[in-house]
Design a protein around this ligand. Structure first.
Ligand SMILES: [Zn+2]
Length: 423
């Protein structure tokens, strides 16, 4: 994106979330670098200055440049959503209604629900239908303040279907101003039709073999995926299977992300950190001892409050303990076939009380730390010179207000590459 010039002027609060050379951990995650009366200058789609209004306008004030008046408002870096599964077919609202009515996960699965139903629906959906749904989701996701979005495949689970999902995700770039980061998630679950054993360890081994021997080479050859996500979960993929896949992906040039401990303690966090994955996501059931044993790491712990809410887990990820152990924490929606949370802003408002995090910790988690988890810290995640001109304007005088107003329509503008997208 080029050619977009914009001055965003006079914000009551400008949260810069400065990059200090690494993802924010410990006490540093609790600082969002708020400037009172701040402005941002964007030229040719990139930030050329951000800081006190007087300094920014002295250097970049220009009556010929478009101006966005932020008087009385809050400006944040464009939000970075680092965990979503937007490509799927079918509907799963019935099974959530059943679960709310008291049905167990096993009962829902026995009636044909669960992720497997989405795999079947996705395989049967046309390219056109999958793409239309992507486009609708992107519009809602932008309307939740997001400017950079990670998108995973993972409802295909055959070589052909995974390549198709990645191809459709690549094609969807032209449908949205969002910067998309595309992740291959072959190891989402073990497909029921893998044709080995009864769905137990034998099936897991057979599917792991298929991913390593056929999917990863084909995905690398296709050249679309930027990351490789692997699940570590009791009953799905063991730490040893995940380790093998992570290393096989890395050999093909695909850096790892990990779905870890969403349903049970499964050594997912230790496996992800041990393999220096960019992120480990969910972490609902990661034991406190495992967090302490792993200690400080640059693997970003991505916590997903809406997933815990909708899955009705009896535990929450111990985000506080991760922060206290100098682990960078990020916050994401987990938008997927069973969680239709598209607003990262509303997810953030929930994340603070859900995990007992401060507003600053959550804002850092949805901007700079999320950018680090995607290796995009040079392009987004903070309001600093040289980064893409991505920011959001909230109709409130301080970012803390967001957390007092869950569901309120505070989002005033989304700017991507200097271009106002949503107003
Ligand atoms: Zn997920």
């Amino acid at each position: 994106m080029t050619g977009h010039d914009l001055n965003v002027v006079g914000a009551a609060a400008l949260a810069m979330v400065r990059d200090r050379g690494g993802p924010r951990t410990g006490a540093l995650q609790d600082e969002m670098d708020v400037i009172t009366d701040g402005s941002v200058a964007i030229r040719d789609g990139r930030i050329t200055a951000a800081g006190p209004t007087s300094a920014v306008l002295a250097a970049w004030g220009d009556p010929a440049v478009a101006q966005l008046d932020a008087t009385g408002k809050t400006v944040l870096p464009g939000l970075v959503e680092c965990h979503s599964h937007p490509i799927f077919g079918g509907e799963r609202h019935d099974e959530y209604a059943e679960r709310l009515g008291g049905a167990s996960l096993a009962e829902v699965a026995a009636r044909g629900g669960g992720i497997w139903s989405s795999v079947v629906s996705s395989r049967n959906a046309t390219d056109h239908d999958l793409t239309a749904r992507l486009q609708a989701a992107y519009q809602r996701i932008v309307a939740g303040g997001v400017t950079t979005l990670e998108v995973k495949s993972g409802y295909g689970l055959t070589v052909e279907e995974e390549l198709r999902e990645l191809r459709l995700l690549e094609g969807s770039r032209r449908l949205t101003p969002l910067e998309l980061v595309i992740t291959f998630l072959g190891a989402h679950v073990v497909p029921r039709d893998i044709g080995a054993g009864d769905g137990g360890a034998e099936a897991g081994d057979a599917y792991t073999d298929l991913i390593a021997a056929e999917m990863l080479p084909a995905v690398a050859e296709q050249g679309i995926a930027q990351f490789h996500d692997v699940t570590v979960e009791d009953g799905l993929f063991t730490p040893a299977q995940a380790q093998r896949l992570i290393r096989a992906g890395r050999d093909k040039g695909l850096p790892p992300r990990v779905h870890a401990d969403a349903w049970k303690p499964s050594q997912g966090w230790a496996t992800a950190a041990g393999e220096r994955a960019g992120s480990a996501e969910h972490l609902t059931y990661t034991p406190d001892d495992e967090i302490r044993d792993v200690g400080s790491t640059e693997t970003v712990a991505v916590v997903l409050p809406v997933a815990e809410l909708i899955y009705m887990t009896d535990r929450r990820a111990n985000a506080r303990l991760f922060i206290d152990n100098d682990v960078p924490v990020a916050v994401a929606t987990d938008y997927c076939s069973s969680i239709h949370a598209t607003s990262l802003l509303q997810t953030m408002a929930l994340a603070a009380p859900w995990f007992r995090l401060t507003p600053a910790e959550v804002i850092v988690g949805a901007t700079l730390n999320a950018a680090y988890s995607l290796g995009l810290q040079d392009r987004c995640g903070s309001l600093e010179t040289g980064k893409r001109g991505d920011l959001i304007v909230l109709d409130c005088p301080h970012p803390n207000e967001l957390f007092l107003a869950p569901g309120a329509p505070l989002l005033d503008a989304v700017v991507i590459g200097g271009r106002p997208i949503h107003r």
